[in-house]
Design a protein around this ligand. Structure first.
Ligand code: SAH
Ligand code: ZN
Ligand code: ZN
Ligand code: ZN
Ligand code: ZN
Length: 548
């Protein structure tokens, strides 16, 4: 899921404005295949190019695929840069040092030992986020340690581990139980027998819990995630340490083979991929990765099945609809926005106090996301949707949660989403009723008005024509910096430019009140960061976390 954002309407604008002609940094999608990308601790890096007013600069560079903050991975190399043997060796050593302290095998062995222990001996170090064997106890004596770890707790690692909320890398936002339950029920109703969970640890664990409780629903699940902590709880056939931005298996060929076998089992029948990537991430590399997973699945198909597609659920904000459909034209966006109707509070491991950014969006179905969580604190509907290539008429959304079937669109939509006769579709994207604009020839948000200066519909207080209210990174008007699809690379390359832009904007806003708001927000961020740092101060946790 997502990096939260600070803005209201602008963020939610349909992501339709063309990105061409804009400035920022883009991933080079088809780099020369004979030139292998250099490696960072997170596997092959990606090649980026800086774009100025739609024109690509000639000097391209490699940077980390997974981390959208240089603090998390500082890799940088110009495409044409020649490195000395000494620097290459140093880099290799650094990459090795950043790998997890234990091999996948060692994790499995430790787990098998752990479950043999008596309940009173089963301990978990909260500081190091690690299951402890008796020989480890002394080392963690001073740490906060949980005892009597039950089988049930072992089966729910996402409740035992704290979520890694670091927006620029993990952005780990866990489904609230009810949303997760909805997904599991849906998968089982649709008849799937295997689920490839890419960045969905809580879904993975719920599927496995159900399978072990109820022999009827015997769905299997394989989790691919960059969060190495999960390798303590799963055997090799149910977890692979994986980077979804470059399709990198940290444990090499053996892990890739597990994934291949899982996808190709039963000639590839009955399997679906479900993914919920950090939404500060770039759509392009994700699409490239998913196409590789699709190809892996396809290899196992017989010839006559060649037109079949691997079923996919891609959970992502609705304003990425056009980007996703660029890569996957057969995908449609479901209207499911999490449970509606009477408010309910999720069984919460909420970290509300720690995570106040003062933004306006709220997502219904995440457990640890203060603004996107369903409940009393909620202000708005969730921007997160399911994108899928499964025909939407097969996906029944619950009437008791405020959905109905539209026979014209042949899909379930939220009650407020009315069928527009001019567009011939149920056009709302955000759970509110949208209005048709005859000048724009499409439906727009209820609050928007047609602006004669811009000649399109926009939020009432938008500033006409100027990019100054748009995204600092790429200049687009349809989003702000924090949800910029280019943020990973751009931030790296453009940090100075960005801060200059911020400074300029602050100068422009000499209005004292405005200044205070800005200050308040950055203070909050500082305190969040400080808290995270404290958690990370023990050497073993940083070892564990560095490689995520
Ligand atoms: N809602 C999901 C969790 C989504 S949060 C659930 O409850 O199951 C995003 C997930 O993607 C996290 O688990 C995070 O560890 C993982 N992730 C982040 N970056 C990743 C990367 N580069 N490769 C693989 N997984 C990644
Ligand atoms: Zn990296
Ligand atoms: Zn410890
Ligand atoms: Zn319309
Ligand atoms: Zn209009």
């Amino acid at each position: 899921m997502a990096a939260p954002s600070h803005q209201g309407e602008a963020v939610e604008a349909e992501g339709s404005a063309g990105r061409r002609g804009s400035s920022g940094v883009e991933v080079v999608l088809s780099p020369d295949p004979t030139v292998p990308a250099p490696l960072c601790p997170h596997g092959p890096t990606l090649l980026f190019v800086k774009v100025n007013q739609g024109i690509e600069e000639t000097r391209r560079f490699y940077a980390c695929s997974a981390c959208r903050d240089r603090k998390d991975c500082s890799f940088f190399q110009w495409e044409d840069e020649k490195l000395s043997e000494a620097r290459l060796a140093a880099r290799e050593a650094h990459n090795r040092r950043c790998q997890p302290p234990l091999t996948r095998m060692q994790c499995v062995e430790r787990y098998l030992k752990f479950i043999e222990l008596r309940l009173s001996q089963r301990k978990f170090c909260q500081r190091c986020q690690q299951l402890l064997l008796p020989e480890d106890w002394a080392e963690h004596r001073e740490h906060q340690v949980l005892g009597d770890i039950s089988v049930t707790q072992l089966k729910r690692p996402s409740h035992l581990l704290y979520p890694l909320e670091n927006k620029k890398t993990n952005a780990q936002y866990l489904f609230a139980d009810r949303s997760c339950q909805f997904l599991v029920d849906l998968l089982s109703t649709l008849g799937f027998r295997r689920v490839l969970c890419v960045g969905t640890p809580r879904l993975h664990e719920l599927i496995r819990l159900k399978a072990s409780d109820d022999k009827e629903s015997n769905i299997k699940s394989l989790l691919l995630d960059i969060d190495f902590r999960y390798s303590q709880f799963y055997m090799e056939d149910s977890f692979c340490h994986y980077n979804m931005f470059n399709h990198h298996f940290f444990d090499g060929k053996a892990a890739l083979e597990k994934c291949r076998a899982f996808l190709q089992e039963d000639e590839g029948k009955g399997v679906i991929m479900v993914t919920d990537p950090p939404f500060g991430g770039l759509v392009e590399p994700l699409a490239v990765t998913f196409k590789k997973l699709i190809a892996l699945w396809k290899e196992g198909q017989s010839q006559d099945d060649s037109r079949k597609e691997l079923p996919i659920f891609w959970i992502f904000p609705y304003f990425f609809e056009s980007r996703i459909r660029q890569f996957f034209p057969s995908f449609c966006m479901l209207d499911y926005q999490g449970p509606k109707g009477p408010q309910w509070t999720s069984a919460s491991t909420s970290r509300e106090g720690e995570f106040h950014c003062g933004q306006e969006l709220k997502m219904v179905d995440y457990d640890n996301h203060v603004l996107y969580k369903h409940g009393k604190t909620g202000r708005k509907q969730s921007p997160v949707r399911i994108f899928t290539n499964i025909p939407p008429n097969k996906i029944i959304l619950p009437t008791e949660e405020g959905y109905r079937f539209c026979p014209l669109c042949q899909r379930y939509v939220s009650l407020e989403n009315q069928h527009c006769e001019h567009c011939d579709s149920c056009t709302s994207k955000d759970g509110r009723k949208w209005n048709h604009c005859f000048l724009c020839k499409k439906c727009v948000k209820p609050s928007w008005i047609h602006c004669t200066v811009c000649s399109y519909c926009a939020a009432p207080h938008h500033s006409c024509g100027g990019p100054k209210d748009g995204c600092f990174v790429c200049g687009e008007l349809d989003h702000k910096r924090t949800t910029c699809p280019n943020i990973s690379s751009s931030q790296r390359a453009n940090n100075t430019l960005f801060f200059r832009a911020v400074r300029k904007q602050k100068q422009r806003k000499s209005n004292k009140m405005e200044l205070e708001t800005t200050k308040g927000q950055s203070m909050n961020h500082t305190s969040v960061r400080r808290k995270k740092k404290e958690k990370g101060k023990s050497p073993s946790i940083s070892l564990l976390l560095n490689v995520q």
